[in-house]
Design a protein around this ligand. Sequence first.
Ligand SMILES: O=C(O)CCC(=O)C(=O)O
Ligand SMILES: [Fe+2]
Length: 350
Amino acid sequence: MPVASDHLASLSAGAKKTPQTCTDPIPGVQTDLYGLELWENYVPIIDLGALHGPRRSDIIKHLAHACQQYGFFMVKNHGISEKIMNNVMGTAREFFHLPEEEKMKLQSPGDFTSPIRFAPSIKDDDQNIVVSRESLKFLTDPLENYVNLWPTYPSSFREAVAEYCVAAKRAEITLTEAIFESLGMKRASMDQILVKLEQNVSFNYYPTCEKSNLGHTVGLRGHSDPSIITMLLSDEVPGLEIFQNGEWILFKPLTNTLSVNVGDILQALSNGGYKSLLHRVAASSDTERLSIVSNCYPSKDTQIGPPEELIDDDHPAMYKDFSYKELYDSMWTLRPHDSTRLDPFKVCAD
Ligand SMILES: O=C(O)CCC(=O)C(=O)O
Ligand SMILES: [Fe+2]
């Protein structure tokens, strides 16, 4: 992926010319030589608000670095108000605290295409493991097609969730465009995806687990996401673990930021330059945990092989040219935690 590597080179070069003098306002956040903030030394922080100002090109370089080296970063100044975040988190929490039979009314076993579906914790007898996550997954795009299918209890549901979806999608479009720019994609290649960007949302609830069951309970098994990017809003309870440099690292959420991971589609679009993040959630016996995931992906007819401007003799295409529909249709034969869904689309099998 020639262009993003160039960005990295110019990141280092730029640092020598214009050293940053940022102060360090948040404990645990260091700013490196290139002006890129790192949370506790292991997660980059991207200032989304600065994309609209004179520092845009710096932020684009930060994004290239974050997507290439980490596949995971946090965003601040994302434009989603605290009120919208608190409302949707409060609504999601109320939903999961409803009696089991209320939630089960939204279950649709075996139908992965249902526009809204509740999935309870599962027991995998083959692997003798309990996956404790309860989730409510729903399609959100376009909102007017789906809002009427959403629950009316908690009574705040439709309004709070719709407001969050709109705000989250706005942030995702801004971010996705900047990520495409960081890859060096041509305007036409970016636009054919951006104009038809879609979103779905999941509420995830991880109940506390008896101490004696911790040995065979996980919150969620290791997986990558079938998205371009996934944006995650969570409460302040740690639980998400990210796979970096051969080890699992427990991520500590930071107030008012959202976290973002590279998904499989971005890995293919970037010709393997940006790595889809392997992640999982640990079970806890102390505190329940809540997260809201917004997945951003292209319309079914969008081609998601790497665009020609990212291919040259030194960087031959790693993926065939395939549509999102082909990936989507092939996904249901896999288990959700199989991170091999791009394999059929590789030019050469490993
Ligand atoms: O709850 C989390 O932190 C992560 C959830 C997740 O990875 C997913 O829903 O795909
Ligand atoms: Fe995920």
